[in-house]
Design a binder for this molecule. Structure first.
Ligand code: ADP
Ligand code: MG
Length: 768
């Protein structure tokens, strides 16, 4: 039983209120064909929309199943529309991007009927309206009459109790109109059909009850329901629910009709993903390269033990950071000052390099240590004849050649250097010249060797013939009162038979795969030479005299032996003069990557159980360099990712705008779906499904494009750096990026989807 009690409806636009229905009282039988007649604007459509639950009445009541609908919620109205009502509109209102069959199925899709069942029901309905052969066509492939048949089939498919038809023949020619009316009449045999028309002939010929309306009121009713008439029809109202898959299918069909635009949208929104994917691949690749580089080259950089060491282990680093953090507040309002320790004071460690320590290192396993070089204060008394004149040559910038711990093992020179000319220095009177990666050597060194440094280039042969003279202390220094000075007759020293000839026997260069910042160049002597000089000079007169003096025997400067500095200055002077001394810097070369760890373990073991003052702290340069380059890479990556993230956000805003346009375009469809019983939720689901598809598409597209771009990127990198396949996209990153793209597009599309679901179905249906 359907009953309208004093239904009122008015529309307000601005200050103007239009009454569309005024105190309409009507009752309908479960089975009749009612025609509503009336001129345009008399409220027919409004009446139909209110009966169909598409529009809400302002006042009065609509009674369904003897129940008032005053307390109906949105869901109840949706369910009522979906189960009990079938709408047929003048303008057919078919969804253009899906097939006839899908259109007819839509009501059942919305209520969650299984696909098999709805297919058979839809086919039956299409058969009934005579369109079985056309079911796979799209609406725009049909004539007007055929489209109206589809609309009728759609209204019938879910077997509703009430069919509401709003001027179903309004857009059709007379002949087709008659066919449609016949069809509706046939339907009306077991249903309530309420049909709006402005054609009185059609109404009288086909309907068994005619209601006339004017200006929102019922003028006449040809067959009203009498007081004593019994009506016991119960309408079934079952809640509806559209599955996400159905929403996805609907959106997929919609997207298929605008492939180009979807592709462009996906591409545009994938740019951020492409950027991030490329950056991640590159930094990924660089990280790997740094790793390889570390293994190959940095691992063979020496571990340095020097008198002054920064204590850079993790614990101290943390302490240092905390120190900075816990400092007192900024710009305090206090009237005192706070003394502060410098970082150097707190964290430099004075290494006491003892003979014991030196021999500890020399006793290291030759399998893990390929060489040791040490730097001592010992001065070499060197002379050379330059342009016919004998001159003193400073040994300050000369170093010793790393010495190998075991005779049967490869020497450091063999392992790490290319011998460009001559050979390795084996004997104590042999020197070797190290050139840098460009074969450069400073002019001073060349001049000191007696070579003409003004020349463009100097041949290896010239170098290999160059010599220096070494003079031992007792010949070199002479006593003058309480002091010593360098013997003034340099020519005599140079020519004396006591002068030792040092000869350059080789030119070497660090191998190509060593980082350029490790390259040092200069003249080097053997440890053997140094040992010999110390052996002879420590018994020389000048050393003995210096030992007994509390002033510098060469300069006259006094040592304040009551202080550590004074004692240290004296020791240093003695060391310079050739007294037996320990090195001030020791460089230990690990054999390879694994050996380095073992070596560090060995060095750490020395410190076990020792006082902090007696501990020896080493510096692992390679570690510092690689952690530095690692953190620089991280910083660059973060900055670049941040930039791409912005483009990602911009693209999701763009998706939002595109979705909003899509909502505007699909307004009519929203109205149709609502008239078929779609809930607000279902509408937002349809749009969310669309953004879901775009999100996944743009993510996948982004990853694919990034993969393609990596090919030329790697070729360019190969040409620049000789490294093959540097940039590699981590599959985990790829998946995460697709998910991020999906989430962002869903967020971007959420607002338009919400707007869509809020659209008034009546207004939505009125839009073209
Ligand atoms: P009919 O279908 O009989 O031509 P309607 O029911 O569509 O008439 O309209 C009845 C009256 O209500 C008309 O005057 C129309 O202008 C007005 N009306 C209908 N819908 C709206 C609306 N959404 N906003 C404002 N006025 C409306
Ligand atoms: Mg109308």
């Amino acid at each position: 039983m359907l009953e309208l009690k004093k239904i009122n409806k008015s529309y307000t636009t601005g200050d103007f209120t239009q009454v569309a229905l005024k105190d309409v009282d009507l009752k309908f039988r479960k089975n009749e064909f009612v025609a509503i007649l009336g001129p345009s604007g008399s409220g027919k459509t409004t009446l139909l929309n209110i009966i169909g639950g598409l529009d809400r009445y302002d006042k009065g009541d609509l009674i369904i199943n003897n129940r008032s609908t005053k307390k109906f919620k949105d869901q109840d109205w949706d369910a009522y529309r979906n189960n009990c009502i079938g709408f047929v509109f003048q303008s057919y209102n078919l969804i253009s991007h899906i097939s006839i069959l899908d259109n007819v199925e839509m009501g059942m899709t919305l209520s969650g009927v299984s696909s098999k069942k709805r297919r058979s029901k839809a086919k039956k309905a299409l058969e009934r309206v005579g369109l079985k052969d056309h079911m796979h066509k799209k609406p725009n492939q049909l004539s007007g009459g055929q489209m109206q048949r589809v609309a009728i089939a759609r209204a019938l498919a879910n077997d509703p109790d009430i069919i509401l038809a709003d001027e179903p023949t309004g857009a059709l020619d007379t002949k087709t109109s008659v066919q449609i009316m016949e069809l509706i009449k046939e339907i009306a045999q077991d249903k309530l059909v309420i049909m709006v028309t402005h054609n009185p002939d059609l109404a009288r010929d086909y309907a068994n009850r005619v209601i006339e309306m004017r200006d929102g009121v019922v003028l006449s009713d040809s067959n009203p329901i009498l007081e004593n008439e019994k009506e016991d029809k119960e309408y079934k109202i079952k809640r509806t629910s559209m599955g996400f898959l159905s929403a996805l299918k609907l959106s997929l069909n919609n997207i298929k009709t605008k492939k180009g635009r979807t592709l462009l949208t996906s591409f545009a929104s994938s740019i951020g993903i492409i950027g991030i994917a490329l950056i991640l691949s590159l930094s990924n690749g660089f990280d790997k390269q740094i790793d390889i580089f570390e293994r190959n080259t940095l691992s063979s950089m020496p571990i340095i033990i020097s008198e002054q060491a920064m204590n850079l282990d993790e614990e101290t680093m943390n302490e240092m950071q905390n120190e900075v953090k816990t400092t007192d507040e900024d710009y305090p309002d206090i009237d005192y000052i706070i003394p502060e320790k410098t970082v150097e004071d707190t964290y430099t460690h004075r290494n006491n390099i003892t003979k014991e320590y030196v021999s500890y290192i020399e006793n290291a396993n030759p399998d893990i240590v390929s060489g040791i070089s040490s730097y001592r204060y010992t001065g070499l008394n060197l002379l050379n004849k330059i342009n016919g004149k004998v001159k003193v040559i400073s040994s300050e910038n000369m170093g010793s050649i790393p010495k190998t711990l075991s005779e049967d093992k490869k020497s450091v020179i063999e392992e790490k250097y290319d011998i460009l000319a001559g050979r390795e220095a084996k004997e104590k009177y042999e020197l070797v010249l190290i050139v840098d990666s460009k074969n450069h050597v400073t002019e001073d060194i060349l001049t000191n060797l007696g070579l003409d440094a003004t020349k463009e280039n100097i041949s290896f042969d010239d170098l290999l013939n160059s010599e220096l003279k070494l003079i031992l202390n007792d010949d070199y220094y002479q006593k003058v009162g309480n002091y010593y000075t360098v013997n003034t007759d340099l020519d005599e020293l140079y020519n004396s038979k006591n002068a030792i000839t040092l000869k350059v026997v080789g030119v070497i260069r660090l191998k190509e795969d060593y980082p350029s910042y490790v390259q040092t160049s200069g003249l080097t002597y053997t440890e053997k030479l140094l040992d010999y000089i110390i052996e002879v000079n420590q018994d020389s007169a000048i050393v003995k005299a210096q030992k007994n003096a509390n002033y510098n025997i060469l300069s006259g400067e006094t040592f304040d032996l009551s202080t550590d500095e004074g004692k240290y200055a004296k020791e240093q002077t003695l060391a310079y003069l050739g007294d037996d001394s320990v090195p001030y810097v020791i460089q230990v070369y690990p054999r390879d990557f694994n050996a380095k760890d073992e070596l560090l373990e060995y060095l750490d073991k020395y410190n076990e159980g020792k006082d902090v003052d007696d501990q020896v702290v080493y510096t692992d340069q390679a570690e510092i360099i690689s952690s530095l380059s690692g953190s620089i890479m991280d910083a660059i990556t973060i900055v670049l990712v941040a930039f791409s993230a912005i483009s990602l956000i911009v693209s999701s805003i763009m998706i939002g705008i595109i979705m909003y346009i899509s909502v505007l375009e699909r307004t009519k469809e929203i109205g149709i779906l609502r008239s078929l019983g779609a809930r607000k939720k279902d509408i937002s689901r349809v749009f969310n499904a669309e953004t879901f598809i775009i999100g996944v598409a743009s993510g996948v597209l982004g990853i694919l494009i990034a993969r393609l771009l990596l090919i030329p990127a790697n070729i360019i990198l190969y040409n620049l750096t000789d490294l093959e396949n540097v940039a590699v996209l981590n599959p985990v990153h790829a998946i995460i990026l697709i998910i991020i793209s999906l989430i962002l597009t869903l967020i971007g599309g959420a607002i338009p989807a919400k707007l869509a679901s809020k659209k008034d179905p009546v207004i939505a249906l009125r839009t073209e």
